[in-house]
Design a protein around this ligand. Structure first.
Ligand code: 5AD
Ligand code: FES
Length: 353
């Protein structure tokens, strides 16, 4: 790009930081400009904003993947219902509690209960899990990531003590949503769930994959508009990675460059957002999570699931950290974070309003 065009591109970043807004055409330019100087400037501004809000602190979330049974059939996902090759498992309540014990001793103060949409996990069972975790560790936050449920269920979980809920919107474009999901899944219902969660009082997380099949830059611009309007407390962004047992097996993965760019733009749009440097980002690039932190992310989510089930929770191929004990994983993660100049803290890591 020539000098003048490039200086106006840098000016876009300044304006995005100042106004937390750009026109659709300008967002499009930001998302497609591949110039090295531009990408570095965007990441540097995102980092500056992140440090203004959160300093050098990185928050820890302990991910407990407690079931990989799923009644859904999302086309991109390795644990989709129709994947007969997935080895299914469920952790017992005792096993979940034991993962929390391990995590608490290692400094985790947030536990994320993540699972497929498993009909066995009735509202009563989820309420019981939340109640037991909160009774044992009242100074922790419990985050749920168990998909779409009815408003009454979300309310019961909240009343039992759940603090946060992650439900990626996946894409803010209805036609794109319908491409990625079978007809039995509804874009409108998913968005409705996010609004219910917000009304109930959860800290809410949404998010999307970078480079999912059929994704156009226009779709990402819509995602940014949605985030701007919905103002989630958390945004999960990771690259799409093909899984060999899905129809997208031979689709190209999302790129590190696009994922980092999205993290930086979201940091400038929503300065207080909790943004994880995801496992998927660490999977497509051995330094992906470090690069994510350097582009505006402020959360890491090491796996706390018992080692014997880790290699069964495979949403995509080549997932990292599936062979490590929690203690080893956190040691590795601490060292990685410290090399970026940031530091993992022992804290619930709530949203800064
Ligand atoms: N690649 C990357 N991310 C994926 N997810 C599901 N399948 C894949 C994949 N193949 C993401 C979805 C989902 C979250 C739990 O994991 O965005 O919401
Ligand atoms: Fe899990 Fe390195 S962060 S092994």
């Amino acid at each position: 790009m020539n000098r003048n065009l490039q200086s106006s591109a840098l000016e876009l970043v300044d304006r995005l930081e100042r106004d937390r807004d750009l026109s659709d055409e300008e967002f499009f330019l930001v998302l497609t400009d591949d110039d090295e100087e531009f990408r570095e400037y965007l990441a540097a501004r995102a980092r500056a904003v992140r440090e203004r809000v959160y300093g050098k602190e990185v928050y820890l979330r302990g991910l407990i993947e407690f079931t990989n049974y799923c009644k859904n059939n999302c086309r991109y996902c390795g644990i989709r219902r129709d994947n007969r090759n997935a080895q299914r498992y469920r952790l017992t309540g005792e096993e979940v509690l034991a993962s929390c014990d391990t995590g608490y001793a290692l400094g985790f103060r947030t536990f994320v209960l993540q699972g497929g949409e498993d009909p066995f996990q009735t509202d009563d069972r989820i309420v019981s899990l939340i109640t037991r975790i909160k009774a044992r560790y009242p100074d922790t936050a419990v985050t749920l990531s168990i998909g779409e449920r009815e408003r009454e269920s979300y309310q019961r979980f909240f009343d039992a003590g759940a603090d946060r809920y992650l439900l990626r919107h996946e894409t803010a474009d209805q036609a794109h949503y319908e491409l990625l999901h079978p007809a039995e899944m509804s874009f409108v219902h998913r968005m409705q769930c996010l609004r219910e969660l917000r009304k109930i009082g959860y800290q809410v997380g949404c998010g999307m994959m970078a480079g999912s099949p059929g994704q156009k830059t226009e779709h990402l611009v819509k995602d940014l508009r949605f985030l701007q309007e919905f103002k989630p407390e958390m945004v999960g962004i990771g690259p799409f990675i093909p899984h060999h047992d899905t129809e997208y097996a031979s689709c190209p993965p999302g790129t590190v460059g696009l994922t980092l760019k999205l993290l930086s733009v979201v940091r400038l749009l929503l300065p207080e957002a909790l943004l994880p440097a995801t496992t998927a980002l660490g999977t497509i690039d051995p330094m992906g999570r470090e690069k994510g932190l350097m582009a505006g992310a402020n959360v890491v989510m090491p796996n706390l699931s018992p080692p014997q089930v880790r290699e069964k929770y495979l949403l995509y191929d080549n997932k990292i950290c599936t062979g490590d004990e929690a203690a080893e994983c956190i040691r590795c993660m601490r060292a990685r974070v410290e090399r970026t100049g940031y530091q993992i803290v022992v804290s619930r890591g709530d949203w800064h309003c």
